[in-house]
Design a protein around this ligand. Structure first.
Ligand code: FE2
Ligand code: FE2
Length: 373
């Protein structure tokens, strides 16, 4: 496997894998089905897309100890090792909650995995960056930043989730400045598990009645409010974003780099929307696996395609499990298999309710009218 990332035939393709949530257990049939479906999806997606890099978007894997975690990680990254596809990763809020709870110890385990691109100079906070070089020159054409957005908030006053720290915001700015200084302006893309609060700019507030169609209710600090996607935001939202309650100014730092043009997040399993805010493209990767909450058979990975001579013109799309396997799935059954998306399900339910109400009220109205005569 080449140690440097490089464009080939003017293209560089990244496959983002949201929230794998894999566990070491495989003693029950369901546990075995979950991992079989996940691996089948990953093998098929890598085979079809042939990405130059895979990024695990956090909430990757657990193990009760280092050995178990390494075993789980080896298992879930096998599709990339077998196809000689390098992978990068970020950790999510759940990765340090079970077994191996030290970030440095987790990183030591990741470093032993075939094809893992984690660099030796990652920060103590867990951040690192990679450069993607031009095909025929030792000049970077694309810069990738991987930021750890933490786990639970340090103090109850800061809400539920941890936040990116001011020192990390400085690292984002310094790292981009260094890359630009060495190689001229290098278009940059940032990946992290938890979304920034500014993601709400891609939504609009609506009424509780929207819950019957395309609305979702706000969670944590947004309790009691309802949201739907703005018309300019593309994709799908099955739940309200869950960023940290405390905003350390990361989005502002991203903007100030003047080279980061897109940021991608995981964490919110049911969202794959994408939109622009203040000159920055923000995109969600939804759940790619079968072991955590989701919204039926809607698992997917996000594909990013860059051109060497114009990385800013990045194209992105979702590739869903359903695109590759239809409704064939071992670990999901019943009506969840046929669920297409939350909006259509809500509309269908609303129409059914109206139909039932109509069926009940029609005879009553008829009887009443007859009685009048
Ligand atoms: Fe998750
Ligand atoms: Fe998460």
């Amino acid at each position: 496997m080449e140690s440097k990332l490089r464009f080939h035939s003017n293209t560089f393709k990244i496959m983002l894998v949201g929230d794998p949530h894999c566990e070491p257990n495989d003693s029950t049939k369901h546990e075995r089905d979950v991992i079989k479906d996940y691996l089948a999806f990953q093998y098929a997606a890598v085979e079809r897309e042939k990405p130059d890099l895979v990024v695990l978007m956090g909430d990757n894997a657990t193990g009760n100890n280092a050995e178990e975690l390494r075993k789980t990680l080896l298992r879930i990254t096998k599709p990339y090792a077998d196809t000689k596809t390098p992978f990068a990763f970020i950790l999510g809020n759940h990765d340090l909650q079970v077994g191996v709870t030290e970030l440095s110890e987790q990183y030591e385990i990741y470093k032993t995995l075939p094809g893992c691109m984690l660099t030796a100079d990652h920060t103590a906070a867990g951040d690192y960056n990679l450069l993607v070089y031009k095909e025929k020159e030792e000049t970077p054409a694309l810069h990738l930043l991987f930021v750890y957005s933490g786990s639970s908030a340090e103090k109850a006053a800061y809400g539920y989730y941890d936040n990116v720290k001011p020192a990390q915001n400085r690292w984002i700015k310094d790292t981009c400045a260094n890359a630009n200084e060495r190689s001229g302006p290098v278009p940059s893309v940032l990946f992290q598990h938890m979304p920034v609060q500014e993601e709400f700019s891609l939504l609009e507030e609506t009424s509780c009645l929207s819950m019957l169609t395309d609305g979702v209710y706000g969670q944590n600090e947004q309790n009691g409010r309802f949201f739907r996607l703005k018309k300019s935001t593309k994709g799908y939202m099955g739940e309200a974003p869950c960023p940290a309650a405390y905003n350390s100014g990361e989005f502002q730092a991203i903007k100030e780099t003047e080279s980061i043009f897109a940021v991608f997040f995981g964490h919110d399993h049911m969202n794959d929307f994408i939109g622009m805010h203040d000159g920055i493209l923000m995109g969600q990767c939804k759940l790619s696996s079968f072991n955590a909450y989701g919204d039926g058979l809607m698992q997917g990975v996000r594909i990013l395609e860059f051109e060497e001579d114009a990385p800013f013109t990045m194209r992105t799309r979702m590739l869903y499990y359903r695109d590759l396997f239809g409704d064939e799935c071992r670990s999901i059954s019943g009506s969840l298999k046929t669920m297409r998306d939350r909006t259509s399900v809500k509309l269908e339910t609303t129409l059914k309710v109206l139909g039932v109400l109509g069926a009940i009220s029609l005879p009553l109205i008829t009887v009443k009218l007859l009685h009048r005569k």
